[in-house]
Design a protein around this ligand. Sequence first.
Ligand code: ARG
Length: 616
Amino acid sequence: MSSTTACDPIALLDERFRKAIGVALGDESVDADPIIKPSGNPQFGDFQANAAMSLAKSRGMNPRELAQKIATAVDLRGVAHPAEVAGPGFINVRLDLDALGAMLGSMDSANLGVPLLADRWGVTVDLCGVNVAKQMHVGHLRATIIGDCLARVFTRLGRVVHRENHLGDWGLPIAMTLAALRRAKVDLDRLTLEDLNVAYRRAQAEGRHDEAGLAAAIATHAGPHRVIELSIQNDDARASIDDAKRTLLKLQGGDEELRRDWQKLIDCTMKEVFHAARIMNVTLGPEHSRGESFFRDRLGGVVEAFLKAGLAKEDKGAIVVPFSDRERPLLIRKSDGGFLYATTDLAAVRFRVQELESNRVIYVVDARQRDHFKDVFDAAALIGWDRLPDGTQAHITHLGFGAVLGKDKRPLKTRSGENFTLMDLLDEAVERGTAEVTARAQDPNAPTHGLSAKELREIGQAVGIAAVKYADLSSEVTRDYVFDLDRMIAFEGDTGPYIQYAHARISSILAKSGVPISTIAAAPFRVAEPAERQLALTLLRYGTTVRDVADALEPSRLCSYLQTLANAFNAFYQACPVLKVEDSGVRLSRLRLCHLVRRTLADGLDLLGIVAPERM
Ligand code: ARG
């Protein structure tokens, strides 16, 4: 048995059946997929091999006869009972009890059966991507937690992961805020996020000019009052934009004092971002920040490289990269000489592939930026920046996520109609989690009964954040979903707290048993009852599931796995007494099963970035 198949029945059966198909059909069919699936009905077996039907069809053979040939040829000694053919040509397999026990035993190791993908190249995950001088909103929730989850999963699979927080920290919006703060003479050493928001909003409002409105007012002979009002507004807007442009030029020119003020704005914003990251249990710190400003000295080089390669051309003073398959070219330098969001992203792709040496780059960014990334990735491919220094092709993906909606199916807003800031949302989740946990602790039989308010709050935070994160991660990445805290925070159903609760419950069973973990971990597995068997088979899918999450970039698969595992555990616990069973061998085996489930739940929750409390 190779190490990946040691605790993965599907991989093991795949290997055995591949050989059998080769024997039954001759060597040229050795590579036919045996199509091993978990059995639809446990009465017939644990797994089925479904390949006979399609293989027979393409060869004009009788499917049942071919199935019988394969079933006779397959070597399942030491793995399963003899294979049985059923229906039009299904081959049913029931694992042998000793083999099942051995697989559980090999899963019960440090890596829980998660395979290690040896690869010398890195994986870059573009996550968070907040804009400086603006509060984080719910969109950044998704960019942050989906990105963090994928980074954890790839790390778990043994890959070198780079978390890249591509902050919007360079360009006109931040220069507008900076200019507005300086005009208002705000003391930047005492800058609060609230000042920053006010200045940002004021700068945006001041900069909004309405030439069309003014023209319309004149054309429709609106009263002179209105015309004068609009033209004053327009002049003000132009003045504040001019001020912002001057500020930006000075900043870009390296003005020391401005540079210091700019840094203060960034520090103020990032303080909140890192605070939110800690509350969300997300791994994100200053070491992951590499904002747009990092690439500022490379933008000229990007444009030159495209021009030199003959891939860009001038268009009315601007520089664009045309594509052969579509009208819309990619603008990389404006006619006034300014660079764009896309120019920065081109520099960033090159950096990630060629300097961070990543053969996998994943952009966890709002789905609405799809066109932007298509253009950037296509342009990068034209110039060869999607290749590592040794020519290896990197796999670059925009993982565009859907929106978070309110119960009215419209973008989530607060009651007063404003955009939900991420902090509002997190505060509410922690409040609700704490209320829920505190209420449950009133029950004298609850394991949390008698804990201090501080301890309850800690658990409450874990529960509230789990509710929000699980609800987000369990819906398919590209879909929109409805934010409904009542549903998310429930201890029943497809929720984070439900899985945390299963984990806490097992923790207390193990504690109650009084048996030392070392004794439990050494007990032989004896898996006989159907519910036990179902639980064991579910456990053994863990490694494949984690791998699948990385391949599909779909954390929801881990969520549904953990949900299934928690359900299988509850069914097992209902059908099979653990502490009260007579036979001490069976008791120890069941305790070990509990222990393995607990470890798997904790590990899976950790990959989602969810804390698993011992008591709830
Ligand atoms: N700051 C951008 C925004 O809020 C997101 C950055 C995404 N990453 C990137 N490499 N463009 O829209």
